[in-house]
Design a protein around this ligand. Structure first.
Ligand code: 4AZ
Length: 250
């Protein structure tokens, strides 16, 4: 996250960190005790058969050190959206699911630092101009290469679909499965290493996961908003692959 501020995981308790071996891969969001939603582009094609390489941490304030309150899991299933094409520069359907399980065969336990985010109802998008928040452990400086030592968050404003498709990007780059958001004065943005992580919006005191951090041209550059996977297009896909009852999905 470029700009924004340092966050504690207690204020982003749905935040997941995905690792391959000891290496950090991507952010993610806990949407049910056994399920983390993330971005498809975090996984090269064919990774569904190599889930033993991956692990997931919840309740973690830094990437570099383990946390006394953290919960660690292995991955028992990886579902990458079948419409995502890793070989092209196209990020359509940048969505994936991880099923998590710990050494005792259990899923996530609710604590002060671990909690699920809600999924919004199908096709119900927040209006442009609305402010939401993003979180991640990725790069923290415009043009920088270093990942943040701590979890960070930032407030971003949702940009109208037509502005995003005509003013900032084009319709080939940004389609109806994506939306755009940017910080005040273009100063706050997601950056490399944040992908897969959450864009949540507060509605009636409840945090709903509307976006998955996906891509963008550079980070925190004027007129280059961040682009997010539009979670409200995927309720049925999530229900089908998790088996979660539809009423818990928005
Ligand atoms: C990335 O490479 C990435 N500024 C994610 C988000 C943004 C740029 C790059 C948005 O994962």
């Amino acid at each position: 996250i470029v700009g924004g501020l340092r966050s504690s995981v207690e204020s982003q308790p749905w935040m997941a960190a995905i690792f391959m071996g000891n290496g950090f891969v991507c952010g993610g969001t806990l949407i049910a005790p056994c399920w983390v939603l993330t971005a498809a582009h975090c996984f090269p094609s064919g990774e569904e058969t190599k889930i033993w390489k991956y692990s997931v941490s919840l309740g973690r304030n830094t990437i570099s050190e383990t946390d006394s309150k953290e919960q660690k899991f292995s991955v028992s299933k990886l579902v990458v959206h079948q419409g995502f094409d890793y070989r092209t520069e196209n990020y359509t359907h940048d969505i994936a699911l991880l099923k998590i399980v710990n050494g005792d065969g259990k899923c996530a336990m609710k604590t002060n630092s671990v909690r699920t985010a809600c999924l919004p109802p199908f096709q119900q998008m927040v209006p442009s101009g609305f402010y939401c928040e993003i979180a991640g452990y990725g790069r923290y400086q415009r043009g920088g290469f270093e990942y943040s030592r701590h979890l960070k968050m930032a407030r971003v404003e949702l940009i109208s679909q037509s502005d995003c498709q005509h003013k900032y990007y084009n319709e080939d780059e940004v389609n109806r499965y994506m939306f755009c958001a940017a910080g005040r004065n273009w100063e706050d943005d997601a950056c490399q290493g944040d992908s897969g992580g959450p864009l949540v919006c507060e509605i009636n005191n409840t945090m709903f996961l509307f976006g998955i951090i996906s891509w963008g041209k550079e980070c925190a550059e004027q007129s280059n908003p961040g682009v997010y996977t539009k979670v409200t297009k995927y309720n049925q896909w999530i229900a089908k692959h998790t088996g979660l009852p539809a009423y818990t999905i928005g």
